[in-house]
Design a protein around this ligand. Structure first.
Ligand code: C2O
Ligand code: CU
Ligand code: CU
Length: 516
């Protein structure tokens, strides 16, 4: 693939050297980097070349994105096979039973094949990056025999799955899996939707180094699409082919680590996909970046949002631009109404000639062949809207930051830095309004384990963000209201999903007591 021309762009102290120009990487600058830290910045950064960046012909490596079909269940007479998910390889289900998914998963050192001439020493699940997509049907029992082949402890957290807390991968509930040790995660998946998994120990390092994967729970009767495609969206910070040391710079402590290479399904550039006019596809998106909010558009096709964190929506909706905070998922219905090129674009703020401008970078191109057959019709399952009501109780969580001599910065919830004690104790079934107050200029994608909530930014239905979520973006100096039905008893983490903020204190727990 081609080289990106290098010019002397001044940025907020991204530790990048001119060696980066060896690679035609997409060099990025987070939107929030229009920061007060510019004085510390003096390293030249290659400037992205928009035309080259949006043409998707830089690097074709179809082998990496070939989907693998799950082997047929030998003793499975009744159920149709699960949909194939393009873009990721599937974890193999080792158990033939219909309602049991058994997976071997190991975390270990792995060389990330980010591009054909760029390998990066990192971590992988099952020697893959991203990890294999785990697939189940709603209601299935899932058994993951996990082995830690890393030289450091880790856990696996199943982000968004409402399972029991002792299987949630929280290091406060489960002692971390030591190097060489194994742990068997066993749970039943109660909700259909697009989820993901990642470590919950030193997650700012372990996730950045490559430990993440998508977890798809299919509906009991999955709607039939021409194809399902996965997009696991990330950015990685590289200095040459190295991942630089963590939490060393003030910008990283303030904004979290923004990468300078955009990744989709672990690659700096994906091979073009193929489709036919009239096809309707399901795209599943997850943002697994440490800190970067993704702003996406799709060019050349019609799309609407059919699902979010907690599964399919009662009422799908159309939008021109999709904002995906870290941790969040979106399911899209993508309709190819005309032949030609369809592109999934990520809009990134970059510095050009001293000014901050937004540039589109293509994550994926689909070549749509002409066809005169009747356009597909897809019937989505009926979904009931979440039950509303008056909250039983209202609580507030206030986010702020203070400087710290040892770590540079601390991030807090209600003035508490990584508290041992739970922030709140609730009762199972309680319907709670949580008011999230952000007293800092940095944004916080706030995440609650084990539960879903609805989002009403200013507390009214007019500002509702449809569907059930487990992660909500709280913009700088703003307040957001969420309504949570606390269905799932246990000890649950409540934290910022900017992993640096979490690691620097912005990680607490709530307790949901069993209903008497
Ligand atoms: Cu992605 Cu504590 O979670
Ligand atoms: Cu989570
Ligand atoms: Cu945060």
């Amino acid at each position: 693939y081609e080289m990106v021309p290098v010019t002397g762009v001044q940025t907020c102290a991204l530790p990048i050297s001119g060696r980066m120009q060896r690679f035609a990487l997409i060099l990025l600058l987070g939107a929030s980097w229009a920061c007060d830290d510019a004085a510390t910045a003096d390293l030249p950064l290659p400037e992205p070349e928009p035309e080259a960046a949006v043409s998707a012909d830089m690097d074709i490596d179809a082998a990496v994105i070939d989907a693998q079909v799950e082997p047929d269940d030998a003793a499975a007479p009744a159920l149709a096979p699960l949909p194939v998910i393009l873009g990721l390889s599937a974890a193999q289900d080792l158990d033939p039973a219909n309602d049991l998914v058994e997976i071997e998963l190991h975390a270990g050192a792995f060389t990330l094949p980010i591009a054909d001439n760029l390998q990066v020493q990192g971590y992988g699940y099952n020697g893959q990056f991203p990890g294999p997509v785990i697939q189940a049907r709603v209601g299935d029992e899932v058994v993951v025999r996990f082995t830690n082949d890393l030289a450091e402890p880790t856990t696996v957290h199943w982000h968004g799955l409402r399972i029991s807390d002792d299987m949630d991968g929280s290091p406060r509930v489960q002692s971390p899996v030591a190097p060489g040790e194994t742990f068997t995660y066993r749970f039943t998946v109660p909700d259909a939707g697009t989820f993901w998994f990642h470590p919950h120990v030193r997650s700012n390092e372990q996730v950045e180094k490559g430990l993440y994967g998508m977890f798809v729970v299919h509906e009991a009767e999955p709607p039939v699409f021409a194809a399902e495609r996965a997009f696991v969206l990330d950015d990685i910070l590289l200095n040459g082919d190295q991942i630089p040391a963590f939490l060393q710079t003030h910008p990283e402590q303030m904004h979290g680590r923004s990468g300078n290479v955009l990744l989709a399904n672990g690659r700096a550039s994906l091979a073009a996909g193929q489709a036919e006019m009239g096809d309707v596809e399901r795209w599943r998106l997850v943002n697994v970046a440490n800190a970067r909010t993704m702003n996406l558009t799709i060019e050349g096709a019609l799309f609407r949002v059919i699902g979010v964190d907690g599964g399919l929506l009662a009422e799908p909706y159309e939008t021109a631009r999709l904002q995906v905070a870290v941790g969040q998922r979106y399911d899209l219905e993508v309709r190819y109404a005309q032949p030609g090129e369809v592109r999934l674009l990520s809009h990134i703020a970059v510095v050009e000639n001293g000014a901050i401008v937004e540039r589109p970078f293509a994550l994926q191109t689909i070549e749509v062949a002409a066809s005169d057959r009747t356009p597909m019709a897809v019937e989505l399952p009926r979904v009931d809207p979440p039950a509303r009501g008056q909250p039983d109780r209202s609580v507030r969580m206030v986010f702020d930051t203070v400087p710290d001599a040892r770590t540079g910065q601390r991030w807090r919830i209600n003035g508490l830095d990584m508290p041992e004690e739970p922030l709140f104790t609730f009762e199972q079934g309680e319907y709670v309004r949580i008011t999230l107050v952000n007293d800092a200029t940095q944004e916080h994608p706030f995440h609650l384990h084990g539960q879903f909530f609805e989002i009403f930014p200013d507390g009214t239905a007019e500002t509702e963000q449809p569907g059930l979520k487990d992660t909500v973006l709280v913009a700088g100096n703003s307040t957001v209201h969420v309504l949570a039905r606390l269905s799932n008893p246990g000890r649950w983490m409540a934290h910022c999903h900017i992993l640096e903020h979490a690691e620097l204190g912005m990680m607490a727990e709530i307790i949901v007591e069993d209903a008497p």
